[in-house]
Design a protein around this ligand. Structure first.
Ligand code: ASP
Length: 359
């Protein structure tokens, strides 16, 4: 039987997903198997992007690959927590796994710009100190999340972009990789299809009314694979991070919400947040900071705050996507207003739960 202690984080998960998910998908994804110890404080929550992700659209083999990679990222981050390392280490470690995986739109496998290049964005924030670091538009950094952390720890700045970020990386001894490292054939084909459709005047289903009105196209499948993590360490400190290739066919120099502190990433002493979705909307809604502010000023729970922003404010704006959020007691929230979001949690006992669909 579930004790009250065990129920709390699970209810937070369900509460957040419930407005989007009348069914119990998130609940069942989050429900531990019988025989688990009573304590269920979540210490790490991750996402691998939100969008039109459906059972029909994923073969069982591909679905299994996603579940395995999400599990590997959770266990890698968890190992850092177990070793008594700070939550920043867990966030960086989990995100590195997903950046190195070709499955996600971050690092290797990033979506491509209009010109067919990969331009990567990432950010990280330390909730205990409010220090933050970010990089945007980098083309030769294998693990942008690690460079974002170096910006935070080794520079007086919060964000470095493009050539400046890469020059800083070199100064810090980070090896630059060939830009071709990031580019996968599947991404080239997706870009080509999108550009062919655009040229044929077919257009695309919109990710947001304004985006369409401005003449920018979006992927047909409306799938984002941005990655993010939020962790809680033994000292009760939270950290959050996000890494992405941005949006397919984006214009040269476009920067989304992922590297913007307060939009795609935020952490303070109350909660940590990482977002995924249509960045232009997440920037305008100030998503990550809004969730933290609601908790601080309105004394909302992490579940209520995340739900109100994702299912309320963003839906009204036509901003598609979702967030992961974690409070200092280990309650996680993972609301999304899209059909699916790759996501997972690991609790203090190392019990992993992974979810993809809304069922
Ligand atoms: N939020 C990212 C961006 O707009 C995309 C994503 O989440 O996949 O750049």
């Amino acid at each position: 039987m579930l004790s009250a202690l065990r129920l709390l984080p699970v209810l937070a998960l369900f509460g957040c997903a419930s407005a989007a998910q009348p069914t119990r998908t998130a609940m069942s994804d989050a429900t531990p198997p019988t025989g688990q110890p009573a304590e269920l404080k979540i210490v790490l929550v991750i996402h691998g992007g939100a969008g039109v992700i459906t059972r029909e659209g994923l073969t069982p083999e591909i679905e299994a690959q996603y579940r395995a990679e999400l599990t590997r990222a959770l266990q890698t981050g968890y190992a850092a927590i177990q070793q008594g390392k700070p939550s920043l280490d867990a966030v960086e470690a989990a995100i590195r796994v997903m950046e190195d995986s070709p499955l996600f739109n971050a690092g290797k496998g990033a979506v491509l710009t209009h010109e067919g290049t990969a331009e990567l964005d990432a950010s990280i924030m330390d909730g205990a100190t409010l220090r933050a670091g970010a990089v945007a538009g980098v083309k030769r950094i294998q693990n942008p999340i690690a460079l974002a952390r170096l910006v935070m720890e080794k520079s007086p700045h919060v964000m470095l972009t493009g050539d400046g970020a890469e020059a800083f990386a070199t100064e810090q001894g980070v090896a630059l990789v060939d830009p071709a490292y990031f580019i996968l054939e599947k991404r080239r084909l997706q870009l080509k299809k999108m550009q062919d459709d655009e040229a044929a005047g077919g257009g695309h289903s919109s990710l947001g009314i304004e985006f369409q009105e401005r003449g920018y196209s979006v992927p047909d499948e409306r799938k984002w694979g941005t990655v993010g993590a939020v962790a809680l360490d033994h000292d009760g400190h939270l950290a959050a991070g996000t890494s992405t290739g941005g949006m397919m066919n984006k214009r040269f120099g476009r920067v989304g919400d992922s590297p913007i502190i307060g939009a795609g990433t935020y952490a303070d002493s109350l909660c940590g947040v990482s977002a995924t979705g249509h960045g232009e909307f997440f920037i305008r809604a100030g998503v990550a900071r809004d969730i933290a502010a609601r908790m601080a000023y309105l004394h909302q729970s992490v579940g209520d705050a995340a739900r109100d922003v994702v299912m309320g404010k963003l839906v009204q704006m036509h901003g598609d996507g979702g967030v992961i959020a974690l409070d200092r007691e280990g309650h996680a929230a993972m609301p999304f207003n899209t059909p699916g979001m790759y996501r997972g949690t690991i609790d203090a006992d190392g019990h992993v739960t992974v979810g993809i669909f809304r069922e």
